[in-house]
Write a protein that binds this ligand. Structure first.
Ligand code: URP
Ligand code: ZN
Ligand code: ZN
Ligand code: ZN
Length: 478
């Protein structure tokens, strides 16, 4: 098996940093050593196959993006990244594991939905991948089958309080699924927005001629995120289910999470880079020469971008600092403007919902270190260590220690990354939600299970390198 020594860098974990060399043998990390360690009196660099010089750079556990939607059929089209293109883009950005959402639609057997997702991903991925299971139809059959997901290495399922007629579950269905969650330890993931109310508001806006993307954000009022978050928390409290609220964007939803956590409930929250940086006013309300007010369609996602004037973005950063929000995923769900987002020209309700960011999460979150919003250690915790613990991968992933998979990123804090569709972008999209973002920092080297897949700006990975990882139960309960 090939050996690699990453030498001269600062190894950063969720709890600290130290100058250290990292020795990799085959697919595993075998030692974290004093800098310049010797083997039988000889410099170790002379006895390994590959030396990666990380002088002046950070050596961090590979990113884990626990919320992606490769090839998701949604809004009358399919998310534009395949597992091949999406995982290649992820690797470029320093993410070495994704957890994607297998889909069970209403009337479909859960295991058939899962098998179809395995078929899409098998042999296609550049990096390791796991699945959560979307339960789009909570019925007697799916409730009976859900406990078996644990044996499949799928230890979390997502329910939707939004999207009536698509993935929506009513409160009775949520109660029953959460009872399974409480019994089995499967983590309930919740899309917490009151879909029935939002759909009425959206119809009223459209009827009044308010059809631009901006009104997507008006229809999806923060009050209905707060309300749904509260309802999910209370049903979880009643049943004893552990609850993870996905893509939190409203300040008031964070307050609900904080209150539940303060009374000791196993309730967790994820936010996404778009809710930290982007807003209703600047992005959903944008207009361009090419698209006019439809420019905002690039940022139509749910939950929506929120008003900066109301302080939501600030509250997300604060929640990340206080651990009322525990991690950052992308909710990567890319659609091109041409032929996809365009479906909603003249009616924001028909714009496929989603933003593509899988390639940029590590860089975007590192900006929080640069601006002083979070510490270097918290950056690693939010993007790798907590995702691993939350979703039952810790020890194998999310940490640089002997025995862990050799998923390692060498990050150059003095490097620079220009984000844009014609610059760094490898996602299968005709635009970037992050066009023009200039990043202090650069993903220099990416090692995925011992193989160097990104070396400077050379891509050395290949599809099929990535394997399905079976996950254990969450390791994050309080
Ligand atoms: O807009 C979004 N978030 N699209 C993906 C589906 C979901 O709700 O996560
Ligand atoms: Zn969702
Ligand atoms: Zn999602
Ligand atoms: Zn680069």
């Amino acid at each position: 098996m090939a050996t690699t020594l990453i030498t001269g860098g600062t190894v950063v974990s969720a709890t600290g940093r130290a100058a250290a060399d990292v020795l990799v043998d085959g697919e595993k990390i075998v030692a974290v050593l004093e800098p310049g360690s010797q083997l039988l009196g000889t410099d170790l660099t002379a006895s390994v196959d590959t030396v990666v010089d990380a002088s002046g750079k950070y050596v961090i556990p590979g990113g884990i993006d626990a919320h992606t939607h490769m090839e998701l059929p949604f809004g009358g089209t399919n998310a534009s990244d395949t597992f091949e293109t999406g995982t290649r883009a992820a690797a470029h950005g320093g993410t070495t594991t994704i957890i994607d959402f297998a889909v069970q639609t209403y009337g479909q057997k859960v295991m058939d939905g899962l098998a179809a997702w395995h078929e899409k991903a098998a042999g296609e991925c550049a990096i390791d991948y796991g699945f959560h299971q979307i339960i789009g139809g909570v019925d007697a059959d799916s409730l009976a089958v859900m406990p078996k997901l644990v044996d499949e290495g799928i230890t979390s399922f997502k329910l939707f309080m939004a999207y009536p007629g698509v993935f929506y579950s009513d409160d009775a269905q949520i109660l029953k699924a959460m009872q399974v969650s409480a019994d089995t330890g499967l983590l309930t993931m919740m899309h917490a927005e009151n879909g029935p109310v939002i759909d009425v508001l959206a119809a009223q806006l459209a009827e009044a001629g308010k059809t631009d993307p901006y009104f997507h954000g008006i229809a999806r009022a923060w009050e209905m995120e707060e309300e749904a978050t509260h309802r999910a928390i209370m049903i979880a409290r009643l049943t004893g289910a552990p609850l993870y609220v996905v893509h939190v964007s409203a300040k008031q939803a964070v307050e609900q999470l904080a209150a539940a956590r303060d009374r000791g409930q196993n309730v967790f929250g994820e936010t996404c880079p778009q809710y930290l940086y982007l807003s209703l006013e600047e992005q959903l309300g944008a207009s361009s020469e090419e698209w006019g007010a439809f420019e905002g369609a690039k940022w139509v996602c749910s939950t929506p971008l929120r008003a900066r004037a109301e302080g939501h973005q600030h509250a997300m950063w604060q929640g990340l600092r206080t651990n009322d929000l525990q991690m950052v995923s992308t909710d990567h769900c890319p659609f091109c403007m041409k032929g996809q987002k365009e479906l909603g020209l003249g009616d924001f309700r028909k714009i496929p919902n989603g933003i593509g960011s899988v390639e940029h999460r590590m860089d975007l979150m590192y900006q929080g270190v640069v601006t002083g919003e979070i510490t270097l250690e918290r950056w690693v915790e939010l993007t790798s260590t907590t995702p691993a613990r939350m979703f039952g991968l810790y020890g194998q992933k999310g940490v640089i220690q002997p025995g862990a998979d050799a998923d390692i990123v060498v990050y150059d804090p003095n490097g620079h990354t220009s984000i844009g569709v014609n610059k760094t972008h490898h996602m299968n999209m005709d635009h970037s939600a992050w066009e023009g973002y200039e990043i202090d920092g650069h993903v220099d080297t990416v090692i995925s299970r011992g193989k160097v897949v990104v070396d400077g700006d050379r891509y050395l990975g290949s599809k099929g390198d990535g394997r399905f990882v079976k996950r254990g139960l969450t390791q994050y309960l309080v």
